[in-house]
Write a protein that binds this ligand. Structure first.
Ligand code: GTP
Ligand code: MG
Length: 370
């Protein structure tokens, strides 16, 4: 800041002078009354005047400020230019491949999009969610977009019915003798599910027997034996393929024979392949790949691939209560086209079992996210 002094006759004059000479930012710092001699050698002939001290802000400071502002504007302009180039590039790409870059939003009504997002948020892969929503939508000529065919629940159910396979005729298929075996990775809940299924089939008024080939783990045999004896159902242990065939023969008067297998790490190819001779040439056999719904979907798919040395007939998903991402279940079922037999929803035997049905699945995905 620069300091100047002015001598004026009045404060009014001082204010005007300061404004005119130094602009609106100058300020009066102090004033002092002085005596000015009218005739230099006659000190008693004088008059009073005002000496004003003025503060003038440094012009250099302003220019620096302006300069830094200018460089900010320059930067902004450069950014704008680059942004314009990016936008042009994107537009060009859109023209070159209209299908790939076509925004999905423009194809669907808001409520169809909402539903699709709901599925995606619960782990359903985009392509699977799209297939489900497409199947639950029709073209609305007024909206000029795909819209849900009915209310959300009905439309989602319709979508699921046309895209996913479920074992719907399980009860009626129990007319003839059959063997149902559960295979899958360790600890997913095979034994617990065998016990739940045994109870469910018994409650249908069918005769059911249970065999375990998980004979090398004493605890595992005991666990299932306890469940089955409480239900007063016949139980057998088979440690060789030959013994399994004998046990099946012994239980041939049953409507259903359930077979529990010991869990095998799907990374242990030898252990998985050990199962093959047990199920070789067994008639009327249905093998269900049992997997936990809380597993990563890539691990599920990998495990299924390894277990496919056996003729897998369908899928069972356990521990539905231990995940919110039920989409992984849909993804595996959709991609493999294998039918789902049932889900398990907790540890309680025989309670926590849901035989596959589209209503359950629909409600599962329409539940408000916690
Ligand atoms: N939360 C929950 N737990 C379950 C469910 N099903 C089974 N479990 C539990 O998972 C654990 C393993 O269950 P098992 O039935 O022994 O599993 P497994 O596949 O037979 O195991 P291995 O024979 O060792 O391969 C037990 O603690 C069960 O209570 C389910 O639907 N939900
Ligand atoms: Mg087991």
């Amino acid at each position: 800041m620069k300091i100047k002094k002015l001598v004026v006759d009045s404060l009014q004059e001082a204010v005007e002078e300061v404004r005119n000479l130094y602009g609106p930012d100058a300020t009066i710092l102090s004033t002092r009354i002085i005596k000015k001699r009218l005739i230099p050698f006659l000190p008693f002939i004088s008059r009073s005047q005002l000496e004003v001290t003025i503060g003038i802000p440094d012009t250099e400071d302003f220019s620096n400020h302006l300069k830094s502002q200018e460089s900010v504007y320059e930067e902004i302009n450069k950014l704008k230019e680059s942004l314009r180039e990016v936008v042009e590039l994107v537009k060009k790409q859109k023209v070159e491949s209209p299908e790939e870059t076509k925004p999905i939003e423009s194809e669907y009504s808001l409520r169809a999009l909402n539903l699709m997002n709901k599925l995606i948020n619960r782990g359903v892969a985009r392509d699977v969610a799209k297939a489900i929503i497409d199947a639950g939508c029709g073209y609305d000529y007024e909206l000029r977009r795909l819209d849900l065919k009915g209310e959300t629940y009905e439309s989602l159910k319709m979508g699921l019915e046309s895209t996913l396979n479920l074992v719907r005729d399980f009860e009626s298929s129990l007319q003839d003798f059959k063997i149902i075996a559960l295979v899958g990775p360790t600890g997913v809940g095979k034994t617990t599910t065998v016990a739940k299924l045994a109870y469910y089939i018994k409650e249908l008024g069918k005769k059911v027997g249970v065999i375990t080939i998980d004979s090398y783990r004493v605890g595992a045999v005991q666990q299932l034996k306890t469940f089955i004896s409480i239900m007063e159902l016949p139980f057998r242990t088979a440690d060789t393929p030959q013994r399994l065939k004998e046990c099946i023969g012994e239980l041939s008067s049953m409507d259903v024979v359930l077979v529990d297998t010991g869990g095998r790490s799907h990374y242990d190819d030898i252990k998985v392949k050990e199962l093959v001779p047990f199920f070789n040439k067994l008639p009327i056999l249905e093998i269900y790949f049992t997997v936990s719904a809380n597993m990563d979907e890539r691990v599920m798919a990998e495990a299924l691939e390894r277990f496919s040395v056996l003729p897998i007939k369908g899928l069972i998903f356990t521990k539905m209560d231990e995940t919110l991402y039920h989409g992984y279940v849909l993804n595996l079922a959709y991609r493999t086209k294998l039918p789902i037999l049932c889900w398990t929803t907790g540890q309680r035997v025989p309670k926590d079992l849901v035989m596959a049905n589209y209503e359950y699945l629909t409600k599962l995905f329409l539940k408000v996210e916690e």
